[in-house]
Design a protein. Sequence first.
Length: 281
Amino acid sequence: MAHIIDGKKIAGDLRAQLAVACETLNQTRGIVPGLAVVLIGNNPASEVYVRMKKKACADVGIASFSHELPADTSQETLLSLIAVLNVDPKIHGILVQLPLPHHIDAATIIQAISPEKDVDGFHPVNAGLLATGSPGLRPCTPLGIMALIENAGMDPSGKHAVIIGRSNIVGKPVALMLLQAHATVTICHSRTHHLDQVVAAGDIVVAAIGQPRFVQGDWIKKGAIVIDVGTNRLDDGSLCGDCDFASAKQRAGAISPAPGGVGPMTIAMLLANTVQAAKQS
Ligand code: NDP
C-alpha cells in the first residue's frame, strides 16, 4: 500500500518557514512582502481561490492588496492597473486570477506584468529562464509538485518521469523542472498512443489532465511515485483527482491525494514566490 503524501502538512511546514522569513525581512530590511491580487468578474471558483490566497498571505505576514473589478472591465483599464502595480514599491508580486473574461487577452495581460513581480511564473521571460535552467520565478503548481516528489524521498536523477498533460501552467513547466533534476522525461497528451503502456514505464507519474479518475491503478509501475494534480468537480459537488486513487494506491510506492496534495502546495508556493520577489527587490 502506498505512502500517502500529505500536501496539507508539507504546505503547512513551508508556510511556517515563510512566516519566519517574512519576520526576518521586516526586522532586517523593513520590508513587508506585498501581493496584489487582481480579480475580474464574479467567477465563483476564482472568488474562492482569491479568498484562500488572501487568507494564506495574512497567515504568514504577507500584505495582500485586493483589486476586484467588474466583469466588463476593459483590457486597457486592466493594463493601466498593472502599470501602476509594476512601479508600486509596496507590491512585490502581482497575481491576476485566471481565467479572464473572453474580451481580455490573457497573454497580453501576463506579458504586461513586470517579470520580477510575476509570482505566478507565467511571463515569457520567466518561462524562458526556466527553459534555459536560469534562476527566475517558477510557476507555483510545478514547484509544489517538485516539493512533493522530494518529500516522498525520490531523487528524480536517472528516473523515468511520465507527465500526462502539456499545459503551459502545469505539464510543460514540470517536465522542464524534472529534466533539470536529471530525470528522463516523457510528456503525454490527448494524442498519445497507448497511454497505459507509457505510464507503466514511469518511476514518477504526474497526472495533470482534468479528467476524473482517468489514470487506472493497473497502469502504474509497482513502487512508482504518483502526483495527482487533477481537481475535478463531480456531479455531487465533491472533488476528485485525475487518478483512480483507490486502485493507484495499491500499486504506487507513494501517491498524493486530490484534494489534499498539490492544491495546498500551489498556494504555499505562491507565498514562497512573493517572499522571493520581496527579497530580490
Ligand atoms: P489543461 O486543460 O490546460 O491541459 C490538460 C492536458 O491534458 C492537455 O495537455 C491535454 O492534451 C491533456 N489531456 C486531456 N485529455 C487527455 C487524455 N484523454 N489523454 C491524455 N492527455 C489528455 O489543464 P491544466 O494543465 O490547466 O490542468 C490539469 C488539471 O490540473 C485540471 O484538473 C486542473 O483543475 C488541475 N490543476 C490543479 C491545480 C492545483 O493547484 N491543484 C493547478 C492547476 C491545474 P492536449 O494538449 O492534447 O489537449
